[in-house]
Design a protein around this ligand. Structure first.
Ligand code: ATP
Ligand code: ATP
Length: 216
């Protein structure tokens, strides 16, 4: 189903969100105070508007309450981000998502009633650190309670061996799937033979996963 989104601030982050939403088949209104930024994206988004997103009368004209979600992607200028968030809430925008750049910014956005808050730089930093520390881990999702789903690339020693050779203790680590390029095999049987470039998708507690992947 086609949805309508608005993105306030078309910097690197706002632009990538806006373009991806378009690619996913939705309608996107992009707003930027900078004429060049708005014009650059005019042919790529459903609509672009040159406006100050801290100006509540300009926001009012956009009928943002009719949009499924509005993202405040103004980064550097925390004051502008806060003001914009505040106006969006009082204009009854449905879902207000905010990019925060500091913990204080996060707390203020939370108090103002932002529905979801992101810290792309901070979160990406954690992600990069995790993958630097565990080089055969390609991606992960933290589920909370110290549980993770991870994608790992096993070493070549495992090639053409049935995955039962991995001696996974199902009480501690679950093999959810095997990924090969874009194809995914759910819950492979124990006789599945690992191929070059197969990735394992595993679920478990951090310690058990680390213990297990160190052997790969
Ligand atoms: P990013 O971190 O996303 O790469 P950036 O560093 O290029 O962004 P930011 O200062 O974070 O820039 O601002 C993101 C965008 O928000 C810029 O394109 C900027 O012109 C725009 N912007 C800043 N203030 C306002 C405002 N009051 N109203 C609308 N847009 C604004
Ligand atoms: P929460 O309110 O989500 O329970 P918390 O109380 O554990 O978080 P705080 O230290 O209050 O965390 O920070 C608020 C949010 O800011 C956290 O969600 C954290 O991810 C994020 N955060 C912490 N340090 C930074 C940073 N340097 N830059 C950006 N965001 C950060």
């Amino acid at each position: 189903m086609k949805k309508q989104f608005a993105v306030m601030g078309l910097g690197g982050f706002g632009e990538s969100v806006a373009r991806e939403l378009m690619r996913l088949g939705h309608e996107v209104l992009g707003v930027d105070i900078d004429e060049n930024k708005a014009n650059q994206l005019a042919d790529h988004l459903t609509q672009t508007v040159i406006a100050d997103a801290t100006d509540d009368s300009a926001l009012k004209e956009m009928d943002l309450h009719r949009f499924d979600a509005t993202l405040v992607a103004i980064g550097e200028n925390i004051e502008a981000s806060i003001l914009c968030t505040m106006h969006l809430k009082s204009l009854h925008a449905k879902e207000v998502w905010v990019k925060a750049i500091t913990p204080t910014h996060h707390k203020i956005a939370e108090k103002l009633g932002a529905d979801r808050i992101f810290h792309p730089e901070y979160e990406m930093g954690l992600r990069v650190a995790q993958t630097m520390a565990h080089p055969n881990m390609l991606d992960y999702i933290a589920l909370g309670d110290n549980c993770f789903v991870i994608e790992v690339r096993p070493g070549e020693v495992l090639e053409d061996r049935p995955f039962s050779d991995l001696k996974i203790d199902p009480e501690k680590v679950r093999l959810l799937a095997i990924k090969h390029g874009n194809s995914v095999t759910f819950q492979p049987t124990p006789d599945y033979r690992l191929r070059r470039n197969d990735h394992l998708v595993l679920l478990g507690e951090e310690k058990a996963l680390r213990h297990f992947t160190e052997r790969l």
